[in-house]
Design a protein around this ligand. Sequence first.
Ligand code: ADP
Ligand code: TPW
Ligand code: MG
Length: 592
Amino acid sequence: MATVTPPATPAAQAMPQASAPAAEVQTIDGFQLVIDALKINGIETIYGLPGIPITDLTRRLQASGLRMLSFRHEQNAGYAASIAGFLTQKPGICLTVSAPGFLNGLNALAHATTNCFPMILISGSSEREIVDLQQGDYEEMDQLAVAKPVCKAAFRVLHAEDIGVGIARAIRAAVSGRPGGVYLDLPAKLFAQSVEAAAGKASLIEVVDPAPAQLPGADAMKRAVELLKSAKKPLILLGKGAAYAQCDADIKALVEKTGIPYLPMSMAKGLLPDTHEQCASAARSFVLPEADVVLLIGARLNWLLAHGKGKTWGGKSSKAWGGQKFIQVDISPQEADSNVRIDAPLVGDIASVVSLLLKDVNAGWTKPPKEWTDAVAAKKNGNIAKMAETLAKDPSPMNFHSSLNVVRDIIKANPDAMLVNEGANALDFTRSIVDMYKPRKRIDVGTWGIMGIGMGYCVAAAVETKQQVIAIEGDSAFGFSGMEVETICRYNLPVCIVVMNNNGVYKGTDKDPTGRDPAPTVFVKGARYDKIMEAFGGVGVNATTPAELRKAMEDAIKSRKPTLINAVIDETAGTESGRITSLKPSAAKKTK
Ligand code: ADP
Ligand code: TPW
Ligand code: MG
């Protein structure tokens, strides 16, 4: 705070005047108002990258006791903020400079919106007068206009006395209803503005009840419960919305008391342990087409669920309805019917809706027919036995199965560890092989199947949960954020990165037919990613066998030192696009 000669404003005149020299009044500047507004709303960590006009803001945030984590690229800071939002239900904050820094952060803002994670991208911006007349300011860009199409809401604050409102609106927009990404534009001039201190403080808003409970009506509940009771082959599908909602005990009780088989989406794995007897993951291709009533909890019928129709769901052709009836629990009233008819929408927040469903179940419930649960169990146990045979093999070179068998054991022994996962084969095999035991432990590429979330997620997972982090990374996937290994070392975070090195995107075997260049999917053969970690003082290990991998992971967990294990994987082992080869456009493929 500084002292200046008071302007002749009504606020200043109303100040109680002390004895002479009375003409001084306390002021507060824009920097401090931003900091105080974040603080009173419980924000503890900022993920960002300094530069004009926010360098001093990063310094003062740190000096004020907030944690200011500085990254090497804004995209990674943004991904960190987005997943912090998912893990905490508080908006993750990413702070960037103007135009280029803002654009680097924008990908993560779009990702947060797409995945329904609460996040606020705060970017400094250049002089409005110059930007709007397009006179060529330093890092000139109409950032608000650019952000709008990819976020849930966007705001700009021009006057210091509006900072409190700006931040309150950003927080509410990010966490209320369907969570998402919010952009907050803070022009350079704002930070240096001063207002009278008491008025400035009074302008800050501590947001009350930012994500209010929302309950469906009694008729909607009745419709849904009757439909579920009528089912002969019911199925529960848990999505990442269910994980986000943090009502883990009620979800577990609902699944167990109804006795209905359930299928977790990727980031809902662990809501109940994957080894739970009702878990139908290993019988996915059986339960989706066979089920007659499906209860969706925080999962959209998007591409990840084949849009709720077609052959995956037992439809006769690629677009045909399989005949299932759907109950959908979602906070967004517009989600229902997005792909197929939803017979019983339950619009509300998952915590409230699940507790209402539990009440109905407790009031009287008949478990699903034994033929159905037995059929699911038989299918599942057969597939698990087949998988166990594959996992028991020890080929040389190591492949995805033999290496992930180690990771599976390590997670089983360390169920509190956070698992970050990206890649194609490295993603798909990890998802199906590595069981999760606790909620919100698995964080991955999400709705877009995006590469690059890896190291940002590692930083946020370590900081927000204080747990050991294990990242299973395709060698291509790792490259998108690899420089943040320095960030992980700088903050000395307990992160163990395993790079599944198969020399390329999907595989390392492609050739340029002309013989001139390496193929587009192929990288330097035999690259030693472990050396990157050593460059910054962390532990690097080259692992060519499951035994070496196991030892290196165990050492990393014991020491909690930043560790990168270059796991050498058979370059022929992967399949094109992992599990989503069918989405590849191909001239030979029929469109209908
Ligand atoms: P997945 O990819 O795991 O299938 P999606 O991201 O497709 O999950 O779906 C998550 C859904 O959860 C979104 O439609 C979102 O609106 C919803 N959602 C998120 N949080 C809540 C909540 N607290 N209550 C109800 N629905 C929620
Ligand atoms: C931002 C396209 C999907 S998966 C992948 C790419 C480039 C990498 C697969 O290779 P990796 O895994 O990681 O080595 P593996 O085990 O199969 O060898 N750009 C972005 N997102 C996506 N999804 C792509 C490109 C892609
Ligand atoms: Mg690879």
